[in-house]
Design a binder for this molecule. Sequence first.
Ligand SMILES: *Cc1c(COP(=O)(O)O)cnc(C)c1O
Length: 327
Amino acid sequence: MVGRLRAAMTELFGLSDGWEVVLGNGGSTGFWDAAAFSLIERRTQHLTFGEFSEKFSAVTASAPHLDDPVVITAPYGSHPVPAAADPAEVDVYALTHNETSTGVAMPLTQPQLDPCRQGVPPALVMVDATSAAGAMTWDPRDVDCYYFAPQKAFAADGGLFIALCSPAAIERIERIDASGRYKPATLDLAIAARNSRQDQTYNTPALATILLTLETAEWMLDGGGLGWAASRSAASSGAVYGWAAERDFAAPFVADEAMRSPVVCTIDFEGASADDIAAALRANDIIDTEGYRKLGRNQLRIAAFPAIDPADAEALTACIDYIVERL
Ligand SMILES: *Cc1c(COP(=O)(O)O)cnc(C)c1O
């Protein structure tokens, strides 16, 4: 099952020779800790613009063996842009493809490196793709480590991390391993990579999670691949954003259309309580439309993952219209 999953991921994401699919227990949050031990040499640059990107920056800030990270933030509802850093100062750029808490997506581009830094290996681009993987296209040439857990766009269960690693990322993992720096075994990506190469995991995973992830990945491949899966998300989110723009009681939270997530739609309400709408939906078995509490807005957050039928997203907007008329 691990072997089939690794092959499906390689095909789905169009990974070239030398890339490796590394997996293990712990989900994306566990992978942050693993990266702090196994992938980050000294200092990261984080782009923070919501709950998840902030959590990862807190991991590296508190790791005693790492230098304080460089943190570039943007107000919720937008995203920052990476600033090219001296590779002697920053060895990992930590990006987030889709900030699930705010519904902001960002393009993945390699920060322009200073060409005079010869002999210093460039910083790795590490991307938290937990809610984007399988729902947004990207180019592996811009990324070194694209990691996620499969409970979002892959419609599976949680607890597993899947990390797509470029040859440079593998080289980094092996270099840190050879340095002898302390790593707990369950957070040791060199151990995870060695096991993954043998189609194993270091300790026992939940087989159901692997099975469900594989089913979705193979369904995406049968449908036409990553572009096809992403087009389903785009159709669903497009229906939700388009509907919100037409209603005077609703508006997309993310003002800049280019930053709007195609996977997670955050919709502000005016003149109607989003909590009441979510409660009425929930009472009718339409669940998990509640907003993200910490944002503190009168907002619904609507998933547009590939496994969701775009017709269901449209039906949801009709349900919300019905409720708002009657509130
Ligand atoms: C859900 C999510 C996480 C956390 O995933 P776990 O598997 O629960 O650790 C991290 N980053 C992003 C962007 C997420 O959406």
